[in-house]
Write a protein that binds this ligand. Sequence first.
Ligand SMILES: [Zn+2]
Length: 141
Amino acid sequence: MNIDTIKNGIVIDHIKAGQGMRIYDFLNLGELDCVVALIKNASSSKTGKKDIIKVDRVLDIDLNVLGFIDPNITINIIKDGERVHKYHPELPEKMTNILRCNNPRCITTTEQELPHVFILTDREKDEYRCVYCESRAPALK
Ligand SMILES: [Zn+2]
């Protein structure tokens, strides 16, 4: 299959060179059985080099979480071979089961079934805090 012809899926573009694998892992793309392409060090007019990820499937994930890794990423939604939507991820107000609280005294360490929920407390600083113990979210950057 030609990786340039994604029929219905997403293209995550303008990823900072070297960060592509991290996003690949973060989104668990290795577990998908559809076509997934990670292109490293593609040339970019803006930054010189960039990584690109193409997924030939509509993902059931809120891709805005990628704003936490890099807000300069561009997400392109492809439908029937055409780009129908292009946007930059915006930090979500709330992230559930994406980050894990690393405070050893947090209730989530003893109550295993509790979801790990973080709330955006400062958009300027990309700051998230645990809803249970108010610890700052572990940095992904
Ligand atoms: Zn916590």
